[in-house]
Design a protein around this ligand. Structure first.
Ligand code: ATP
Ligand code: MG
Length: 344
């Protein structure tokens, strides 16, 4: 069976974009693939400590992302749920990939430019090397499919480039080890649907993000009904009524975003949403969106709160997942070491 790998950073403020673009889709893939879902704590510390919050906050957030996975219906018995730092192979393989990837490739990564901002000299080396660690996360399990939001598309392309260069550079060694013509698969991104890129509620040109300083920019998975209602009502929109055709949404990013969210939450398409709400008042549509969001997110938020209240259970899930992941990772690392020529 083909294998899925994906992850979410424990950097706090899990939001609707993380749910619709990633976690909800993780749950949907469980019947079709062997899945490995990781809480990527080593990625979380690439940003400034003020962003990830320090050790206590990190522990809390690792448990919260795990709780979100479970609350969204991910089955940690059938599939593997763990946190990245438990499996040393991620860091080991990332080092090999640091030596395969080229500076020019990393220099093109837009996430680094956005996160480093103007003060690039002060960004961590880890933030720069983030994409090679991400490639290692995926390829350590030789995953074939990776569900992510649209913002991670460029990193997935880099992962494929790294896999391909490794396969080429070490081609004769891979063959000599009896491992076939190429070792790593070129993983396919699974990106799509009306919520592949959920935008900020305050600015239709920016993606909804955990690290946005404005809490009004996002709907958090743990927001209660009042918070969801007030954020949706205050979401930035223009003053026109909704169009009846999707083409009419193109020049209106804020309206397009809310319609996309409604479509994703209701399992329909933007065209179907406009059939129902097109040409009507924005306020009517926003009211319906509040009801839908509360109905869909309320139970998940409540289950997350119930789960994080018992960290012992969550830690046991992560530990067991870590053990199962390590078995797969160790096998890859033995082969990678033989391919590269490290004596073990
Ligand atoms: P940060 O600002 O710390 O990077 P983030 O909100 O981007 O946080 P990540 O942990 O980096 O969250 O990403 C987890 C998953 O959620 C990834 O698959 C990513 O593509 C997806 N994702 C993040 N933001 C959005 C969004 N606005 N719309 C759709 N998917 C998203
Ligand atoms: Mg991100």
């Amino acid at each position: 069976q083909q294998r899925v790998f994906s992850g979410v950073q424990p950097t706090g403020n899990l939001h609707l974009g993380n749910y619709l673009g990633a976690i909800k889709r993780f749950a949907e893939l469980q019947d079709s693939y062997d899945c490995i879902y990781c809480v990527v704590d080593m990625h979380a510390i690439t940003q400034d400590m003020r962003v990830w919050g320090g050790p206590d906050e990190l522990r809390r957030n690792i448990r919260e992302v795990t709780a979100a996975y479970l609350a969204a219906g991910i089955d940690a018995e059938r599939h593997i749920v763990f946190n990245q730092s438990q499996v040393a192979g991620h860091a080991e393989l990332a080092w090999v990939f640091n030596c395969v990837a080229r500076l020019g490739w990393l220099n093109r990564m837009t996430q680094f430019k956005e996160k480093a901002g103007k003060d690039r000299e002060n960004a961590s080396v880890g933030l720069y090397a983030y994409p090679t660690l991400m490639a290692a996360d995926i390829l350590l399990y030789r995953a074939t499919h990776v569900p992510v939001g649209e913002d991670q598309k460029q990193h997935l392309e880099l992962t494929r480039d790294i896999a391909q260069k490794f396969n080429n550079d070490f081609g004769p060694s891979i063959a000599a080890q009896g491992l076939g013509e190429s070792y790593f698969p070129l993983p396919e991104p699974l990106i799509g649907g009306p919520a592949a890129r959920v935008m900020s509620l305050r600015d239709g040109s920016k993606k909804m993000s955990k690290s946005d300083p404005s809490d009004l920019s996002r709907i958090n998975l743990t927001d209660d009904a009042d918070a969801i209602a007030s954020k949706v009502r205050r979401a930035k929109t223009d003053s026109e009524p909704l169009p009846s055709e999707v083409e009419g949404l193109r020049p209106r990013p804020e309206a397009e975003n809310l319609v996309g969210i409604y479509a994703a939450l209701s399992g329909t398409t933007p065209a179907e949403v406009l059939q129902q709400f097109g040409a009507g008042q924005f306020s009517t549509f926003k009211g319906a969106l509040v009801d839908l969001a509360v109905a869909k997110l309320g139970p998940i938020g409540a289950e997350m709160k119930r789960l994080v209240a018992d960290p012992g259970h969550i830690d046991a899930v992560l530990q067991k997942g870590g053990e199962r992941a390590r078995v797969l990772a160790d096998e890859t690392m033995r082969q990678v070491k033989d391919i590269v020529g490290f004596v073990r």
